[in-house]
Design a protein around this ligand. Structure first.
Ligand code: ARG
Length: 456
């Protein structure tokens, strides 16, 4: 008979049992469930609702149950539905009536809300640390290759020369915001829902502050109906994880392109690539491709959770049990990515000469010419137009931009001075970009040093 079986006269249909169970996936919450039950029963005793000796026995037995689950010596069965009932049932099996006191002034509705919050709080700490490792790997590459020049792209077309380190640090910045988003989300997760009961609180004189303090929450939830009904905190976390995955997916796209024969900018270490079962020459960037692919799963989980909640009347509905697999899958997926990605980044090697060669096309310095004209007093729009005409003249006359004579340049750019012919080196183009946030050698070196310090 189920723990809720009092008002039922026949047994549950076996298909329903299989359909409604969640223990096959929510058992991973057991440590948090036990932690919550310990705090709850200590509070019940402190508030004079159950005897102290009972709370002590419950505490000890919960530790035993935890050890049994840790060691795999605990039987899970669909009949007991979820992890909450498994643990309560095991307690009652050992302690009889004393165990039957643990669920006083509590519902699985506020219990599960508590468990998820405790679980997510811990995951946020772990994932943030893992993202930091990823930032370290990217910063390490920037540090080791701080003078390497590559073409920067817009519209996937060569645009202007940039430092490879600048490109790496762009992702370090994005990941920093991802960490900040997780921290921000944690503030709203770290609020204690227990004491909300099924939806309406309880008639018993509980002390919610006691439980809050014991479990290290910042505050208690202010409305019992809100506390059992909403999963916005999980939706927020999944959206932060989706944004993180989007960043990784973009980095993956860069990596995949850079490895291709067309770019040939980098080489990944053998240990982080796989081959083809048919084509003997292949070496594929699977980690980047799979991470790009797994981003779809994380987005899917976010969409599932949003859709799950959109039509639910207040308060708790059993639909909410479907939240867990989405939450778990998104977290597992992100952690899987974060286990393989940093070492792949740390071990990739650059083909710096190919990068520089691609950045040495004089057309990439066309903007530098226009800006030099601005220095000579020409309004930028006119300068842009003249340099554009110059590029066109070179094309029409089948000439490289850096091979023309001053007289030829002056056909389109009458103000050109001899130094204009020297503006076509990617090194000096980069060196002149020492604006804050720019790709100048000194500016980027200072950012690398700052990040090394921050990530220490
Ligand atoms: N397994 C349920 C869930 O994950 C716990 C709450 C069940 N409450 C209920 N009244 N059936 O949401």
């Amino acid at each position: 008979m189920a723990l809720w079986g009092g008002r039922f006269s026949t047994a549950t249909d076996s298909e329903l049992t299989a359909f409604s169970e969640s223990v096959s996936f929510d058992k991973r919450l057991y440590k948090f469930d036990i932690l919550g039950s310990k705090a709850h029963s200590a509070m019940l005793a402190a508030a004079g609702i159950i005897p102290f000796e009972t709370a002590e026995k419950i505490d000890m037995e919960l530790s035993e149950i935890e050890k049994r689950i840790d060691s795999g010596d605990f039987k899970f069965t669909s009949e007991l539905e979820d992890i909450h009932m498994h643990i309560e049932n095991a307690l009652i099996e050992k302690l009889g009536n004393e165990g039957a006191r643990v669920h006083t002034a509590r519902s699985r509705n506020d219990q599960v809300a508590l468990d998820i919050r405790l679980y997510l709080r811990e995951e946020i700490t772990q994932i943030s640390a893992m993202i930091k490792d990823m930032q370290r790997a990217l910063t390490g590459q920037a540090d080791a290759n701080d003078k390497v020049i590559m073409p920067g792209f817009t519209h996937l077309q060569h645009a202007q020369p940039v430092l490879f380190a600048h490109h790496m640090l762009a992702y370090v910045e994005m990941l920093q915001r991802d960490i900040e988003r997780l921290g921000d989300c944690r503030k709203r997760i770290n609020v204690m829902p227990l004491g909300s009961g099924a939806l309406a609180g309880t008639t018993l004189p509980i002390n919610r502050e006691f439980v809050r303090e014991k479990l290290g929450f910042d505050a208690i939830t202010a409305n019992s109906m809100d506390a059992v009904a909403d999963r916005d905190f999980a939706i927020e976390l999944l959206s932060a994880l989706s944004i993180f995955a989007m960043h990784i997916s973009r980095l993956s796209e860069d990596i995949i392109l850079w490895c291709s024969q067309e770019y040939n900018f980098i080489e990944l270490a053998d240990a982080f690539c796989t081959g083809s079962s048919l084509m003997p020459q292949k070496k594929n960037p699977d980690i980047a491709e799979l991470s790009r692919g797994k981003t779809a799963r994380v987005y899917g989980s976010l969409m599932a959770l949003l859709t799950l909640c959109k039509g639910l009347p207040l308060t708790y509905n059993r639909d909410l049990q479907e939240d867990k697999e989405q939450i778990f899958d998104a977290i597992d997926t992100v952690k899987k990515i974060l286990r393989v990605y940093p070492p792949m980044i740390a071990t990739l090697s650059l083909k710096a000469e190919n990068m520089l060669k691609a950045a040495s096309d004089p057309a990439l310095m066309a903007t530098d010419l226009a800006e030099r004209l601005v220095e000579l007093g020409v309004p930028f729009r006119n300068a842009h137009h003249r340099v554009g005409a110059f590029v066109k003249w070179c094309r029409d006359n089948n000439q490289a931009l850096n091979k023309v004579s001053l007289a030829e340049m002056r056909i389109s750019i009458p103000e050109a001075t001899p130094d204009f012919l020297e503006l076509f080196s990617p090194e000096s183009s980069v060196a002149k970009r020492e604006v804050p946030g720019g790709t100048g050698f000194k500016t980027v070196r200072a950012s690398i040093d700052l990040w090394i310090k921050r990530l220490d």
